[in-house]
Design a protein around this ligand. Structure first.
Ligand SMILES: Cc1cc2nc3c(=O)[nH]c(=O)nc-3n(C[C@H](O)[C@H](O)[C@H](O)COP(=O)(O)OP(=O)(O)OC[C@H]3O[C@@H](n4cnc5c(N)ncnc54)[C@H](O)[C@@H]3O)c2cc1C
Length: 293
C-alpha cells in the first residue's frame, strides 16, 4: 500500500466522444474516499510496458515526502518502468469510485495515445495524484472567483481542463473560450452556468502546434472591461506566444495568467526540458515565491 496518492485502477468504460478524443473511465477500490476539490486537476498516468498486464507502480511506503515519489519512480528498473504522462481529471464520480479522462488521439501517437486507442474494459492503469507536488501556489478556484471575466484558450489537450473550469463557474460569470481542434466534428458542448461565448478554430490539415489560428484569434479578440483571468494550455510554443501577447500587447499581469505547455512539438514527455522550459520553470518558482511572501 502506498502512502502517497498512487492508485491502480481498471477501465470500466470507453467511449469515442469525437473523432479525435477517447473518453476512458477508470475505477478501483483505491478510490474509496477520494475527493476532488478544484477544477483542472492534473495527474500523472502510468502506462504498462509491452508484455505487462498492469503497470509496475513505484512503491513509496511510510513517507509523505513528495520528492520520494519521483525517486521511487526512477528506482523502478528502466525496462519495467511504466511510461508516465500528464493528464487532466475530466470527472470524478464518488458513487462509482471512478475517474474519467479524455485522451486526444493525435497522429504522432506515443504510449499514452496508443494505450487509449486500444483501451478495453478491464485494462489496468496507474494514477499518481492529485498531489501537492503539482499544486498551484494559489488555488485556481480563488483566481477564477476574483476575476471579472475569464478567458480560456487552448488546443485539444486543453479541452478537459476547460470543461472542468467552465463547470465550476457560477451563473453570470463572463467566460470566453477560444478552442482549436482539427475539424468541426471535434467540437464539444460545454456545460456551464457562466455567460459563455465560445469560438472554435479548425486547423484542418495543418500540423497541431503549427497552426497560428488560435494565436491569431486571441490577437483579434476583444476582451471585456475589468480585471480578467486567463488560462491558456496546449502546445508549449503556442502557449508561449499567446502568453507573450497577453503580457506585452494587452498589459495583462503575469499573476493573472495561468499557462500550461501540455506537449512539445517533436518532443515526447520523456525528453529533457528545453532552455525555454527551464526558463519558464524558474519564472513559475519566482511567481510562487512572490505570491507566498
Ligand atoms: C498538465 C497537463 C495536463 C494534460 N491533460 C491532458 C488531457 O487531459 N488529455 C490529453 O489528451 N492530453 C493532456 N495533456 C497532454 C499529454 O500529456 C501529451 O499530449 C502527451 O505527450 C501525450 O503522450 P503520448 O504518449 O501520446 O505522446 P509522447 O510520447 O509524449 O509524444 C510523441 C509525439 O507526439 C507528439 N504529441 C504529443 N501530444 C500531442 C498532441 N496533443 N497533438 C499532436 N502531437 C502530440 C509529440 O510532439 C511527439 O512528437 C496534458 C499535459 C499536461 C502537462
Amino acid at each position: 500500500m502506498n502512502s502517497l496518492p498512487i492508485w491502480l485502477l481498471h477501465v470500466s468504460r470507453t467511449e469515442r466522444i469525437t473523432p479525435h478524443m477517447a473518453r476512458v473511465t477508470l475505477t478501483g477500490d483505491d478510490l474509496r474516499g477520494f475527493s476532488l476539490t478544484e477544477p483542472d486537476q492534473q495527474v500523472k498516468l502510468y502506462f504498462p510496458r509491452p508484455g505487462q498486464s498492469r503497470p509496475l507502480l513505484p512503491e513509496v511506503d511510510g513517507t509523505t515526502d513528495l520528492m520520494s515519489w519521483y525517486q521511487a519512480f526512477n528506482a523502478v528498473p528502466e525496462d519495467e518502468r511504466p511510461w508516465m504522462r500528464s493528464y487532466t481529471i475530466r470527472a470524478h464520480d464518488p458513487a462509482t469510485d471512478s475517474l474519467t479522462f479524455d485522451f486526444v488521439l493525435h497522429r504522432h501517437a506515443g504510449p499514452a495515445t496508443r494505450w487509449a486507442m486500444a483501451a478495453e474494459v478491464g485494462d489496468c492503469l496507474g494514477v499518481f495524484g492529485p498531489s501537492a507536488y503539482f499544486a498551484r501556489p494559489k488555488p485556481l478556484s480563488a483566481s477564477l472567483a476574483e476575476a471579472d471575466w475569464v478567458l480560456l484558450a487552448g488546443d485539444d489537450t486543453a479541452l478537459p481542463g476547460m470543461a472542468t473550469i467552465l463547470e465550476s463557474l457560477p451563473a453570470g460569470k463572463r467566460a470566453l473560450v477560444l478552442a482549436e481542434v482539427q475539424e468541426a466534428a471535434d467540437e464539444q458542448p460545454f456545460r456551464t452556468a457562466a455567460d459563455l461565448t465560445t469560438t472554435w478554430l479548425h486547423r484542418g490539415a495543418a500540423e497541431p502546434g503549427q497552426s497560428e489560428a488560435l494565436a491569431d484569434a486571441l490577437r483579434a479578440a476583444s476582451l471585456p472591461e475589468g480585471e480578467g483571468f486567463a488560462w491558456i494550455a496546449g502546445e508549449a510554443g503556442l502557449v508561449r506566444r499567446m502568453r507573450r501577447h497577453l503580457v506585452d500587447d494587452r498589459s495583462m499581469p503575469k499573476s493573472r495568467i495561468e499557462f500550461s505547455g501540455c506537449w512539445r512539438l517533436k518532443l515526447t514527455q520523456d525528453d529533457a526540458p528545453t532552455p525555454e522550459d527551464l526558463a519558464e520553470a524558474q519564472e513559475r518558482l519566482a511567481e510562487a515565491q512572490a505570491q507566498t511572501s
